[in-house]
Write a protein that binds this ligand. Structure first.
Ligand code: C2E
Ligand code: MG
Ligand code: MG
Ligand code: MG
Length: 293
């Protein structure tokens, strides 16, 4: 290969690249069986109302326990699943599992009536039958459309804006809440933004984490919050890790936030413990409901 490209030109296709390619191939193969073999689990990260410290919902985040390699990050295996065309089935599993979990929690903790579940969608899940699929899952799990929030990225929407608008409108008719994830990192034209029936802009972690170090990032966060408000949307900040970040976001009137400062993504048992604790706080010591802040 390298020879064909002429003298003095070296193609660096070395051992690392080969192992990378082989690894992806192996992961693709293993991903095909992951659902049947029960290797997936959802973890849940609380989304906090920054005005009163209450848990407004959870974001479901997929975890894969590989039998040989142990835990593999979604940042690595989601792109592989997309490449292999497996993300549609996996995404359906995630939706069903997240809705089941929400139903269970609503029954157990009836003191959290506003609790919502956020689920990440890949662009490939935007097919013409998406809303019918979701209808089936909602009926089966007895979850209302208004209790579900879907997170989509700008990139997923912008690859076919007309299809996206049509699909998003169908979801909107079911009162499903829609959120643009990692907002500010993609290329969402402002001309389109107001045409999307979106309820929430989620400010990317890269802006939030640098708010204190970088004046420009702070300005960007400010602008995104203002943009959300002027379009009648809410803003969520992701990746809040410090009290300073929290205070600054509150002063910018960003309504919701999530991040390690409040909680890492939790397994179902840990999430239940958190729900239990905060429901207790609400019941017995009203002012303590801000215990998370
Ligand atoms: P995302 O949707 O933007 O999710 C936020 C990611 O940031 C999560 O990583 C979360 O654990 C992490 N995070 C939250 N708070 C903090 C913080 O304070 N500091 C830091 N350093 N990180 C924080 P995770 O779980 O590894 O997921 C990575 C990405 O994988 C997600 O980004 C999402 O794009 C994708 N993903 C995860 N689950 C699913 C799924 O079920 N379906 C699809 N299509 N994608 C998923
Ligand atoms: Mg997300
Ligand atoms: Mg995000
Ligand atoms: Mg992100």
């Amino acid at each position: 290969r390298a020879k064909q490209q002429g003298k003095g030109c070296y193609v660096v296709f070395d051992a690392t690249m080969r192992t990378d390619a082989l690894r992806r191939l192996q992961l693709q193969t293993d991903l095909r069986w992951a659902i049947e073999k029960n290797q997936f689990q959802l973890h849940y990260q609380p989304i906090i109302n920054l005005e009163n410290g209450e848990i407004s919902g959870f974001e479901a985040l997929l975890r894969w326990q590989h039998p040989q390699e142990g835990f593999i990050s979604p940042a690595e295996f989601i792109p592989v699943a997309e490449e292999a065309g497996l993300i549609v089935d996996i995404g359906e599993w995630v939706l069903r599992q997240a809705c089941r979990q929400l139903r269970e929690w609503k029954q157990k903790f009836n003191c959290h009536p506003q609790l919502r579940m956020s689920v990440n969608l890949s662009g490939q899940q935007f097919t013409s039958d998406l809303s019918q699929k979701i209808d089936r899952i909602l009926t089966e799990t007895e979850v209302m459309g208004s209790e579900l929030k879907l997170e989509i990225t700008e990139t997923a929407i912008m690859s076919d804006p007309q299809l996206a608008i049509a699909t998003l409108n169908e979801l909107k008719h079911r009162e499903i809440k829609l959120c643009i994830d990692d907002f500010g990192t993609g290329y969402c034209s402002l001309g389109y933004l107001h045409q999307f029936p979106v309820d929430v802009l989620k400010i990317d972690r890269s802006f939030v984490s640098q708010m204190f170090l970088d004046e420009n990032k702070r300005e960007l966060v400010k602008v995104i919050v203002a943009l959300a408000h002027s379009l009648g949307m809410d803003a969520i900040a992701e990746g809040i890790e410090s009290q300073e970040q929290l205070y600054q976001l509150k002063s910018l009137e960003c309504q919701y936030g999530q991040g390690y400062y409040f909680s890492k993504p939790l397994n179902p048992q840990e999430a239940e413990r958190l729900l239990n604790k905060s429901s207790m706080a609400e019941k017995f010591h009203r002012q303590d409901s801000s215990v998370l802040l």
